[in-house]
Ligand binder design. Structure first.
Ligand SMILES: Cc1ncc(COP(=O)(O)O)c(C=O)c1O
Ligand SMILES: N[C@@H](CCCC[NH3+])C(=O)O
Length: 413
């Protein structure tokens, strides 16, 4: 975690969180540049000397400054929309290091990515092979493809973020994959580059990854018998992080199990999201008021589910860090927001003595935090800042209320 206490006060690198909240207001997302750099190196270092491409899953945090930082570190990007591709390019990312996942790519998104010259399309259905071949033909281009296989492996994670089971919409069933590869190889405007899988997110064990890779390796042998040679294997993202008590393998431990399964002749592509940014981010809110209904104590913040959906959407337990450390003790409280939904909570039953005006941070908020935020209840979205040592950069301005209706019109009468 990028944040630490010093003299009972919460800091991110060399910046006090209280001073940042004072200066930029709340709710505020704070990212640590050093924490992102360290997380990236934790993947890159064990891969030295091996053909590889680390493609950050842009969906986890698409702020341009975050993407720019990762691009400068040498990262590629895993995108799932034309919007994400545009962000990567605006942030200085190299299109030749982009892989394009997603089950519903539109024709125009395909054309946009082909013209940009991305590394490959992770194709998720037979219908998509036909569509992509057609779009590439119209442009007189050949589309590099990798087929996303659904290996039917239980990732043992929350059902909403498991993606590698038969019943999930993702990928092509592993039993149908050989036919899909044969078809891809036969289409004139496609070039088969590799095979891909992504079995889910926030995995805390390596076994499901191992099972999936073994199935992909078997598939590779079957394909080789048909004369279809693969240049790369994309093992997706999904490595979990510690929010509170989870004990996922560290990137080096995870890679130590994966690397022996994959021959070095194959370029290893991976798509980590959460593991690169989750613990580089905090969401900071200020207490508006507290109330005790005799049954429960509520600490009501100026931030809630519209800024951070993970608790209510996945019942995710995220760490609560009072900015004044001494306030991490006290009566058991529910940390809730101002949104008119019973599900508007950020934490349940945590010891917290914070009162009106005090600041509370939620840790692990660098991934799937701001990107999943909304304007529900006409709440402008938070500002985002990135701390770099003793410097701080405002990397996204707080929205104004007026900007929320900028595209709306009164009735013309
Ligand atoms: C295709 C694909 N790749 C990569 C990721 C990134 O996953 P994570 O943030 O768990 O590393 C996701 C999200 O789960 C995904 O759907
Ligand atoms: N949004 C999810 C992860 C999504 C994975 C997308 N494939 C989370 O916060 O845990």
């Amino acid at each position: 975690m990028s944040a630490h206490y010093q003299n009972q006060q919460l800091w991110v690198e060399d910046q006090g969180v209280a001073a940042l909240a004072e200066r930029f207001g709340t709710p505020l997302y704070i990212y640590s540049k050093a924490a992102i750099e360290q997380a990236y190196q934790a993947f890159a270092t064990p891969l030295q000397g091996r053909k590889h491409l680390i493609c950050f899953a842009v969906k986890a945090n698409s702020n341009l400054a975050v993407l720019n930082l990762l691009a400068r570190l040498g990262a590629g990007f895993d995108i799932v929309s034309g919007g994400e591709l545009a962000r990567v390019l605006a942030a200085g990312g190299d299109p030749a290091k982009v892989v394009f996942s997603g089950v519903g790519k539109t024709r125009s998104e395909m054309a946009q990515a082909l013209k940009a010259g991305i590394h490959c399309f992770n194709v998720e259905s037979v219908a998509e092979l036909d569509r992509l071949n057609g779009v590439a033909a119209e442009l007189g281009l050949v589309a590099p493809v990798s087929i996303r296989v659904n290996p039917d492996v239980d990732a043992k994670t929350h059902p909403y973020i498991a993606t590698g089971l038969k019943e999930n919409k993702f990928g092509i069933d592993i039993l149908m994959a050989p036919d899909a590869f044969r078809k891809a190889a036969s289409l004139p405007h496609l070039k088969v580059l590799g095979v891909d899988c992504h079995i889910g997110s926030q995995l805390t064990q390596t076994q499901p990854f191992v099972d999936a890779i073994k199935r992909l390796m078997e598939l590779r042998e079957t394909l080789a018998q048909d004369g279809i040679e693969l240049a790369h294997m994309d093992i997706g993202g999904g490595l979990g992080v510690t929010y509170t008590n989870e004990q996922p393998p560290k990137p080096a431990e995870y890679l130590a199990e994966m690397l022996p399964l994959i021959p070095p002749s194959l370029t290893l592509v991976m798509e980590p999201g959460r593991a690169l940014v989750a613990n580089a981010g905090l969401l900071v809110g200020r207490v508006e008021m507290t109330k005790d209904n005799g049954f429960k104590r509520f600490v009501i913040l100026d931030t809630g589910m519209n800024d951070l959906m993970r608790p209510t959407l996945y019942q995710a337990v995220m760490p609560v860090l009072a900015v004044n450390q001494s306030q991490n003790q006290g009566p058991m409280s529910d940390l809730v927001g101002p949104v008119c939904e019973t599900g508007d909570w950020l934490a349940k039953d945590v010891p917290l003595s914070a009162e009106e005006g005090d600041l509370v941070a939620i840790g692990g908020a660098g991934a799937y935090g701001f990107v999943m935020s909304s304007n529900y209840n006409s709440r402008p979205r938070a500002a985002e800042v990135m701390v770099d040592g003793d410097k701080v950069h405002l990397v996204r301005q707080r929205e104004t209320v007026e900007s929320l209706w900028a595209g709306e019109q009164l009735l013309a009468e």
